[in-house]
Design a protein around this ligand. Structure first.
Ligand code: ADP
Ligand code: MG
Length: 470
């Protein structure tokens, strides 16, 4: 029986079954296991969780957070304690968050040295770096929270989008912790987490809202209609803005140890933002999509035309050379952000047509740490009588808090998987989703270039959620 349950639990994830499963007699075993392990700190909550989550003895086993949960009432329990693990790219992060929004700990180990050495993320090296530190990062997060693994209510982990090799390290760790302590596991969409962390920071933030998610790998404008329900208004047809910041910083010989974006932001303050004539991308496209590859090339050409040698570190360059680098940084930043402003302005109009009740623009992801970006977008929302919500920088760049919080939000709706088996069957394939859209494209926002690149894309989180609801 135990092995059947183990195999089944593994198979659920492996096959990514959409339909709700009713686990019959062995469901009672999982139910008992779960009910002893979902451990809000007082028994009243404990009873409430299980009364509302599992109204009968038939457990609603979830597949990849998309349980058909229409019969389940949301569980607003303030005493759940969730560990969040994030390894989708170059940051190994873990955090412990309580469901009342209290951040009990947050630990991030970044791969700055590797970024400097390789000038970008090298998947195999990044995987190795994650593997080396993952146990320590999780342990530090638990220690800082003054908890042990056994005190947790659930484990949340990023399963995509991201680099498969890197995602695997976090998912394996999460499954190990969950299996040993028989904890439920919540599979998290990295970009949903970037958006939802705003609801941790601003507890009154209700759906629907507009979100601009800007990082090294993503440039997304989405209408967040509900948990797991997103309409994609725009995306990048090539590079994300963070990539353009990072490469510009590298070519300008800046210190990349904090991040290319932070280095450009600092240098831009010393430059004349109108001195180098860069053109704003996609002016002729009246949609909400983005493109930063061309701007990157413009920066490269400007650097070459001024005979700047990026191999010479900024600190060793002449005063005149430093000034030219600052001018390029400032001009690049002004135009890169103008592109954001223009797309956001249009996205606000589209979003208000679709959902006239929206009141907020959430801006999150690493590039949202940038004060110039925030100030300019503040102007945009002001013109449209919306409010801007930006999480603090430590919650904008990749972090475990956003994963734990998204785990909590999904968990409350019954969207979680049962504990993995202690010994995973040899043929068990872990469910990783390196290319996993958040939502379907809005009709007006379709991009030809993007829609041609559909190979190996997983069905969107939103389509999975909708499928489960039917
Ligand atoms: P990813 O998943 O792409 O690693 P993060 O959310 O961690 O995403 O964001 C990392 C990106 O954010 C990098 O491209 C980095 O340069 C950028 N970034 C961080 N801080 C700033 C800043 N102050 N200004 C602009 N970009 C920034
Ligand atoms: Mg990162």
């Amino acid at each position: 029986m135990a092995s059947l349950a183990s195999t089944l639990s593994c198979t659920i994830s492996r096959l990514n079954l959409f339909a709700e499963l009713s686990l019959n007699h062995h469901s009672i075993r999982i139910y008992r296991t779960l009910s002893s392990k979902l451990r809000p700190m007082n028994s009243l909550y404990h009873r409430r969780v299980f009364k509302s989550s599992f109204p009968s003895t038939t457990i609603k086993s979830t597949t990849s957070n998309c349980s058909k949960n229409t019969s389940l009432k949301p569980v607003y329990d303030d005493n759940l304690v969730v560990l969040g693990i994030e390894t989708s790219c170059d940051d190994t992060a873990a955090a412990v968050v309580r469901s009342n929004g209290e951040i009990l700990s947050q630990v991030v180990s970044s791969q700055a040295d590797l970024l400097v050495k390789y000038g970008g993320v090298a998947p195999k090296m990044a995987e190795e770096a994650h593997s080396q530190v993952i146990d320590q990062v999780v342990q530090d997060a638990l220690d800082k929270a003054n908890l042990t693994e056994a005190d947790l209510s659930a484990v949340a982990v990023t399963i995509g989008p991201g680099l498969s090799l890197c995602l695997r390290v976090g998912v394996q760790k999460a499954r190990k912790v969950a299996a040993i302590h028989q904890l439920p596991i919540v599979n998290v969409h990295h970009m949903e987490a970037h958006a939802l962390v705003a609801r941790l920071c601003e507890r009154d933030l209700q759906f629907p809202f507009l979100a601009l998610l800007i990082s090294g790998g993503h440039n997304l404008l989405v209408l967040a209609r509900d948990l797991g329900d997103y309409l994609q208004l725009g995306t990048t047809i090539d590079d994300a803005i963070g990539e353009a910041y990072d490469k510009s910083a590298k070519w300008l010989g800046l210190d990349l140890r904090r991040s290319g974006g932070a280095a450009i932001e600092e240098l831009a303050q010393r430059g004349d933002s109108h001195s180098v004539k860069f053109s704003v991308p996609m002016k002729q496209h009246k949609d909400c999509n983005f493109s930063y590859a061309g701007l990157k090339t413009q920066v490269k050409l400007a650097i070459e035309s001024k005979n700047i040698d990026g191999g010479v570190p900024f600190s060793s360059a002449s005063i005149e050379d430093q000034g030219q680098r600052a001018d390029i940084a400032a001009s690049f930043q002004r135009v890169a952000v103008l592109h954001l402003e223009e797309r956001c302005e249009r996205a606000v109009q589209w979003a208000l047509e679709i959902e006239p009740s929206i009141k907020h623009l959430v801006v999150s992801g690493g590039v949202a740490s940038n004060q110039y970006v925030r100030a300019r977008l503040h102007e945009v929302v002001g013109r449209n009588s919306l409010q801007l919500i930006c999480p603090p920088p430590s919650l904008c760049t990749d972090n475990g808090v956003m994963i734990a919080w998204t785990g909590i939000e999904n968990f409350r709706l019954g969207r979680f998987d049962p504990p993995p088996p202690v010994i995973e069957p040899e043929d068990c394939q872990i469910d990783l989703r390196p290319r996993w859209p958040l939502g379907e494209e809005y009709g007006k926002g379709r991009s030809v270039a993007r829609s041609m690149k559909t190979a190996r894309i997983h069905p969107s989180l939103t389509s999975l959620t909708q499928h489960q609801r039917q």
